[in-house]
Design a protein around this ligand. Structure first.
Ligand code: BTN
Length: 267
């Protein structure tokens, strides 16, 4: 017996009245899949168009950053990967996780009436706990052109997390006490993603994407610890530049530029 039988969640319900031009014009829905990332990559290599969404109710091998596992209970969350074929130079692709984080934050804030903050590089938090992770994988191919797979995992209706992440993870349900219709949420996120993506394509205004991301970021100006490739660096988070690098001032007042890592805000 499904836990939320009143809420149908599949490609048909998501497509109905979606109203986008590109994002979600093709939706491939799976009750269970290994990882939507792998499937999306496979079909993108075979010319699947931009905006195609691979979405699942459950992933047996969901992937997070740094080869970690992304665990999510079946039937309760949003697990999707979107194919993008950006027309901008490859070295600027780093904008897309930030653009997506802003779009998801804007949509969730509107739908759940709750404040959403960003954490570098690609996490979304509610009251300091992570409820959404974003994973970007870029492929450079001669045959089907450069493409990006944008993976978005959102904890929606999950009410319990494994002990090892319980202190750091939350869901919309745990944060607001309400159950959400995932179909409506996914639709709204796809619409918001399309708006933000189109705006960037028209304006080339990278700065405003980062400004919107930074407005939501609570770690800037704070002392932080970053773990990168097994190395630990502490310092003050100064800024995130227009390429998505974190600028950290270390204890010797040197500015260090970081491209990735795991951040903990220190007291
Ligand atoms: C992170 O480590 O924070 C990124 C998590 C990304 C998880 C999503 S869920 C949908 C897509 N499929 C995957 O296997 N991973 C991403």
């Amino acid at each position: 017996m499904p836990k939320f039988p009143f809420m149908e969640f599949n490609e048909k319900t998501i497509s109905t009245n979606l109203g986008t031009k590109v994002f979600g014009q093709r939706i491939l829905f799976f009750k269970s899949i290994k990882s939507t990332m792998d499937y999306a990559k496979k079909i993108a290599e075979r010319d699947e168009p931009e905006g195609t969404v691979v979405i699942a109710d459950y992933q047996s091998h969901g992937r997070g950053r740094f080869g970690r596992i992304w665990k999510a209970n079946p039937g309760e969350n949003i697990l999707m990967s979107i194919i993008l074929r950006p027309k901008i130079p490859l070295e600027r692709f780093s904008i897309f996780p930030f653009l997506s984080a802003v779009a998801v934050a804007e949509s969730i804030e509107k739908n759940a009436n709750i404040k959403v903050t960003t954490k570098w590089p690609n996490d979304l938090l509610i009251n300091g706990k992570k409820f959404c992770g974003i994973l970007m994988e870029a492929s450079i191919t001669a045959e089907s052109g450069d493409f990006i797979i944008l993976g978005i995992g959102i904890n929606v209706n999950q009410s319990e997390f494994p002990p090892e992440i319980r202190d750091y993870a939350t869901s919309l349900y745990l944060s607001t006490g309400k159950i959400y219709d995932r179909t409506e949420l996914v639709k709204d996120i796809l619409r918001q993603l399309e708006i933000n993506y189109e705006n960037l394509n028209k304006s080339n205004d990278f700065k405003s994407v980062f400004e919107r991301w930074k407005k939501r970021c609570k770690m800037l100006g704070k002392k932080i610890k970053v773990i990168q490739g097994g190395k630990e660096i502490t310092g003050k988070a100064i800024d995130v530049d227009d390429m998505g690098f974190l600028l950290l001032e270390d204890d010797n007042s040197r500015i260090i530029k970081l491209s990735s890592g795991d951040v903990t805000v220190l007291k």
